[in-house]
Design a protein around this ligand. Structure first.
Ligand SMILES: CC(C)(COP(=O)(O)OP(=O)(O)OC[C@H]1O[C@@H](n2cnc3c(N)ncnc32)[C@H](O)[C@@H]1OP(=O)(O)O)[C@@H](O)C(=O)NCCC(=O)NCCS
Length: 138
């Protein structure tokens, strides 16, 4: 998550935004029942090269749906479909949890993420400042 913030914002701002303790707890929330969620990792030769975090979200505007809170692949492992595999695994988990819609938020300027989610059938449904919500009905 820190690597994502450092890449998407800028290195100094991204690194300073959250402490490691806060970030570790954020992941644990998706594993210990504070969220109904899951963490999936992509491995290459025994090394973790990517992850996604998904959870069930409740939202006054859009009701109960699946949320990809983050997805990240290390630069050396990119453009080999790791992110597609992670998101497809997350969508399968959401279907197992009876979700029929999924979303993510990202910066308007994050072209790789827009292209990635568009390829999986997501489209922009909402804009809020510098962020957009991408949405898909299964
Ligand atoms: C976005 C990201 C997760 C993509 O990971 P990846 O494993 O390289 O993605 P994939 O190989 O599965 O790509 C699938 C498709 O997404 C699109 N895509 C991925 N990266 C892209 C890029 N840099 N530019 C344009 N399209 C891109 C392409 O359509 C690609 O298919 P193709 O390779 O056949 O053209 C990765 O670049 C990343 O970790 N970025 C930084 C973190 C980030 O921004 N996370 C989101 C925060 S909200």
């Amino acid at each position: 998550m820190r690597a994502t913030l450092m890449e998407v914002l800028d290195p100094a701002r991204g690194e300073a935004m959250y402490t490691i303790e806060w970030l570790v707890d954020r992941v644990r929330q998706h594993l210990d029942g504070r969220h109904v969620g899951a963490v999936f990792v992509a491995e290459d030769d025994g090394e973790i090269v990517g992850h996604t975090i998904v959870r069930i979200e409740h939202d006054a505007a859009r009701g109960t749906h699946g949320l990809f809170s983050t997805v990240y692949v290390v630069p050396t492992a990119r453009r080999k479909s790791a992110a597609v595999s992670l998101l497809e695994r997350g969508e399968a988990w959401l279907r197992e949890h009876e979700m029929s819609e999924a979303a993510t938020w990202t910066a308007t300027t994050n072209v790789p993420l827009h292209e990635l989610f568009a390829r999986l059938g997501y489209s922009i449904v909402e804009e809020s400042g510098e962020m957009v919500r991408l949405w898909k009905r299964f």
